[in-house]
Design a protein around this ligand. Structure first.
Ligand code: EPZ
Length: 414
């Protein structure tokens, strides 16, 4: 329940990156040693993943609030098919990790947020290039290889998931794998750094060609700290602008925020970048902009819903074009209940502003759509009741608490 129109003020510390953590935890099973992972976000997706790893024999011990130890020596199963897996998109990383470890994997077909068709053909193409046979039967992906042999893979679309999955399998293949047209997101670099710390040989992560020399063994015994969450940081930057606030967003990598920083500045929001923090404040009227989402370093699709809420208060008509997913504007109907004037035409939304949003009962339709609803609630006059909070809890650590600490009138009810 949010009572809007409160300016956010103060400091907020950003948690570890969800989309790095969901790749790094499965990657830990590629060695049969122990590793310590720090800056793990406390979110539902990670709890589900920990349960799944525990079920296949990993021993996971909590060291403190943000660090865990994974002992992968007891992993004895290449089958991950429990009910929870279907809910989690990132469960597909178990395919690459189990294939790398056992040359076999049986994993429930991945679920996750619904924004159009979410194919895994590029993941499968990569596994097949390394010599695996892939079948889909009764809702499960069944992968078998007598041996994995490094190979060139050219991705037809820039896919974060396929790039990561191919890396996970290729680090244990014989010989060299080259991924061309690879995704360049910060979490891909983070995973490569984690795997290299285990003794893998990955070069070029963060560029569009990644070269992986396979290794027979990867070792445990190291401690690794996950990067800060680029999308959580972006969500707070947008929330600060949306409430005409003044917020210092700490524990981030400002370089990862450049596309958003540039857009906010174009909207006349004040953004000051420091070594590991960014201050966002807003005094002037927000100006209309045109945005197109693209793979990194372009404007992130995962910030498309939150910034659409903000654009409702911009002077003039803005457009936002979704360049990654087919159908990621379903949440717009919820914003319309609050008075937003948005027209969706295919992959483009035309947002007419400025509009004074008014509180209403609305639903979080997926994780980032949920963040957009929270931002709209913070901007709106009166009470906004958001349901389906489980989507938000999947990927944001204590979002309500962090916003309350910044002065928002937000509470969980029921
Ligand atoms: C990751 O999803 C993120 N999820 C998503 O974040 C994010 O929206 C997306 O990357 C894009 O940045 C995780 O990291 C767990 P893709 P992923 O493969 O890997 C097409 C969030 O809110 N494609 O990069 O599944 C696909 O249809 C989540 O945190 C194929 O055609 O995305 C899409 O149009 C939601 N074939 C495009 O590529 C394939 O085999 C990019 O998808 C794979 C993808």
């Amino acid at each position: 329940m949010i009572n809007g129109l409160k300016r956010l003020k103060g400091e907020v510390s950003i948690s570890g990156a969800k989309n790095a953590a969901v790749a790094i935890l499965p990657a830990a099973i590629l060695s049969d040693g122990i590793c310590i992972i720090e800056n793990v976000p406390d979110i539902l997706d990670i709890s589900i993943l920990k349960n799944i790893l525990h079920e296949i024999g990993a021993k996971i011990t909590r060291i403190n609030e943000t660090s865990i130890q994974i002992d992968a020596s007891g992993i004895n199963s290449y089958t991950a098919t429990n009910k929870e897996i279907g809910q989690l998109r990132a469960s597909y990383y178990l395919m690459g990790a189990l294939l790398g470890r056992f040359k076999k994997a049986v994993v429930t077909f991945p679920g996750g947020c619904d924004f159009g068709v979410r194919p895994i053909d590029q993941h499968i193409k990569g596994f097949e290039a390394l010599g695996a046979k892939v079948e889909i039967e009764h809702g499960k992906v069944i992968i078998n290889a007598s041996k994995l042999v490094g190979a060139p893979v050219y991705l037809d679309v820039v896919s974060v998931g396929a790039t990561i999955n191919i890396m996970l399998a290729a680090v244990k293949a014989e010989g060299v794998t080259t991924i061309e047209n690879a995704a360049k997101e910060p979490h891909i670099v983070d995973l490569a750094n984690f795997l290299n710390a285990m003794g893998a040989d990955i070069k070029g992560a963060g560029t569009d060609v990644i070269k992986i020399k396979g290794k027979r063994e990867l070792k445990g015994g190291h401690t690794y700290t996950i990067i800060p969450d680029q999308i959580e940081a972006g969500t707070f930057m947008i929330a600060a602008a949306a409430t005409r606030g003044d917020v210092l967003i700490k524990n981030i990598i400002p370089k990862h925020m450049e596309s958003l920083t540039a857009k906010l500045q174009e909207m006349r929001v004040k953004v000051d970048s420091y070594d590991d923090s960014i201050r966002v404040s807003c005094r002037e009227k927000i100006q209309k902009v045109n945005i197109k989402t693209l793979p990194y370093p372009g404007f992130p699709t995962d910030l498309q819903p939150p910034i659409t809420s903000l654009l409702c208060r911009a002077e003039g008509t803005s457009t936002i074009t979704e360049g990654v997913w087919d159908n990621r504007f379903q949440y717009v109907d919820e914003l319309k209940r609050m008075g937003a004037k948005i027209k969706v035409e295919g992959r483009m939304a035309v947002v007419e502003g400025p509009v004074n949003l008014s509180g209403a009962p609305i639903r979080a339709l997926d994780l980032r759509a949920g963040a957009a609803m929270v931002i709209a609630g913070l901007m709106a006059r009166g009470e906004t009741a958001i349901s389906n909070l489980e989507y938000i809890d999947r990927g944001y650590e204590k979002l309500d608490e962090k916003l309350r600490d910044l002065g928002a009138n937000i509470k969980r009810v029921g």
